[in-house]
Write a protein that binds this ligand. Structure first.
Ligand code: RB5
Length: 147
């Protein structure tokens, strides 16, 4: 299950990604927003982040104007590694090296075709593990106040 969320700035990207998920029979849960009306991104980032942190959803995709507000908010939830990506390389690497669990995209930064391309890469790239697992473990230690 993929958790989706956006504010008004990311509404078009979320819709494009929804179409991609439906065409590929990938289950998702849409946490809103459902219109282009202006809305605050914090509660939506929180809902998606908690659904991933709690294990209800395996990964999340959050879209706002830049992807940045969503990522800052989502990263406040324990266990979340949310990454803003604007290109294919960073999207692949944040899965392979960071075991990122929420992809954040900006509707004022990339177009819908690129958003779908990045979502596809993100959802299909596994974590490399090995030395990167040590590094991700250190991120968890920081989160737990142990480093
Ligand atoms: C909304 O105008 C905009 O601030 C928001 O979508 C996002 O870009 C914040 O980081």
């Amino acid at each position: 299950m993929i958790a989706l969320g956006c504010d008004h700035g990311g509404f078009a990207l979320k819709n494009a990604i929804k179409t991609y998920l439906e065409e590929n029979s990938i289950p998702y849960r849409d946490f809103g927003t459902m219109t282009e009306e202006s809305v605050n991104y914090g509660p939506i980032a929180a809902a998606v982040a908690h659904s991933v942190a709690d294990g209800e959803c395996e990964k999340g995709i959050l879209c706002c104007g830049t992807g940045i507000g969503m990522s800052i908010a989502a990263n406040k939830v324990r266990g979340i590694r949310a990454s803003v990506c604007t290109n294919e390389f960073c999207t692949e690497m944040t899965r392979r090296h960071n075991d990122s669990n929420i992809l954040c995209l900006g509707g004022r930064v990339i177009d819908e075709a690129m958003a779908v391309k990045l979502a596809e890469i993100y959802l299909n790239t596994p974590f490399d593990g090995g030395r990167h697992a040590v590094r991700v473990g250190q991120i968890t230690q920081i989160e737990n106040g142990e480093m």
